[in-house]
Ligand binder design. Sequence first.
Ligand code: ADP
Length: 194
Amino acid sequence: MSQDFTIHFGFRQLQLLKGDITKMAVDAIVNAANSALAGGGGVDGAIHRAGGPAIMRELDQIRAQIGRCETGSAVATGAGDLPARYVFHAVGPIYRDGTHGEPEQLESCYLTCLRLAGERGVESISFPSISTGVYGYPIEAAARIAVKTVANWLAGDAGALKTIKLVQFSDADHQVYRRQAQELRGEFAAGSAS
Ligand code: ADP
């Protein structure tokens, strides 16, 4: 198994790791949801299974208020039985060919969750690889956006946030994320890797 990969930004850190996001004890777990907020397969199914029915009950209330969640946006619920305080349900883009706003929408998922984290004083947050499963976003391009967006956030005024984990479910995806992070490392304002 590959070792985790960490980039330090002063006392803050970005970790890339392989694993099951539902097992990670953090303040906030991000879900790769759909705009109907209706649950589904992949990481969405895993989060609802592990978190129990309380999460869907809250989503039912949110749906009653706002209808659906726009692509590139996210809504927050409690985390039910998961070892976290919140779940942020982010709606990633369905990939067509990359020229239909997909990169901006994917970046917006990460940024919206980071803002939700900031509003709640979250210190640690875990993201899955949004849109790269059923939604078909090419993993290299999606990994680059994920790493770049969260690294820039950590290099800026990240408030209470101390740790961002980008979680990959397969070894192959983990290697892609590591490569992208290594390539981007020179661009990070204050990052140093270990
Ligand atoms: P999307 O519809 O946004 O593409 P998916 O759930 O189909 O979402 O896939 C997103 C990513 O989440 C994929 O890389 C998939 O391998 C990964 N994934 C699935 N289950 C888990 C899990 N329990 N923990 C972390 N990542 C997971």
